[in-house]
Design a protein around this ligand. Structure first.
Ligand code: NI
Length: 171
């Protein structure tokens, strides 16, 4: 168990297309656990491997609001196999873009295929905030951030502010 440093945008490591895993190894299981700890510590509702500097197709998600009904997803090679025509509009944030939010329109419902912890193929239907979160995290695996879905003007403004935030943090 470990808390990993989260990469803040703009950073070329967040713009990489990540590789699929051919098989699930011990180190990936450990990484998923560390990613989950890192996500809870932040705190956030989702985290993708490139955000901690690993260019593999791994994501963790937990959108539950109360502690007693916690539902964690650890997904390896997640792939959207169906999405609804119906759209939804959620205000999104991202641990790699701290303190910035924007409304993003995405399909309201999706079907996702992924490998679980033990390398077994799983399929789930998701809607609402879970569907949004899964799409946001899978985007990360293709080097796409939520700000890539909004106007260039707004995106440039956010990235400029983050650049400043990062340079101030260093000094
Ligand atoms: Ni994110």
């Amino acid at each position: 168990m470990a808390i990993l440093p989260i990469i803040v945008a703009p950073d070329p490591r967040l713009k990489v297309k990540c590789d699929e895993l051919t098989h699930v190894e011990e180190e990936h299981v450990r990484l998923l656990d560390d990613m989950l700890d890192t996500m809870y510590d932040a705190p956030g509702i989702g985290l993708a491997a490139p955000q901690v500097g690993v260019t593999k197709r791994l994501i963790v998600i937990d959108v539950t609001e109360s502690d007693d009904s916690r539902h964690t997803y650890k997904m390896i090679n997640p792939k959207i196999t169906w999405f609804s025509d119906e759209l939804s509009n959620y205000e999104e944030g991202c641990l790699s873009l701290p303190e910035h939010y924007a409304n993003v329109i995405r399909p309201e419902q999706i079907c996702v295929e992924f490998l679980d912890y033990e390398g077994k193929l799983k399929t789930i239907d998701a809607k609402g905030v879970l569907a949004t979160c899964i799409q946001h995290e899978i985007d990360h695996l293709d080097g796409t951030l939520f700000v890539d879905h909004i106007t260039k003007l707004r995106r440039d403004l956010i990235l400029r502010k983050l650049k400043k935030y990062k340079s101030e943090k260093k000094t």
